[in-house]
Write a new protein. Structure first.
Length: 81
């Protein structure tokens, strides 16, 4: 077996696509936006440590006393609100 090939819980080949997690992240983003938050959604290749820290840093520069930072993570998907 190719060491780069992913397997599901039964040992069968799996393309490693996490569509459910992406759907969850988008749903959380929609709720946050509906509640009046500004939201940044990082998906797939955007979820590097550099990009996540960049989004958190941007929020740190913009937030003021009394603001709320909502940080969610759905497997390989990150949302910063």
């Amino acid at each position: 077996m190719d060491p780069n090939e992913h397997q599901d819980e039964n040992g069968d080949p799996w393309d490693s696509e996490l569509a459910g997690c992406i759907n969850d992240a988008r749903a959380i983003q929609a709720v946050a936006v509906a509640e009046g938050y500004n939201a940044t959604l990082l998906i797939d290749d955007q979820t590097t440590s550099v990009q996540v820290l960049k989004a958190i840093g941007q929020a740190a520069r913009e937030l003021v006393a009394g603001d709320i930072l909502l940080l969610t993570q759905c497997q390989s998907v990150f949302g910063v609100v």
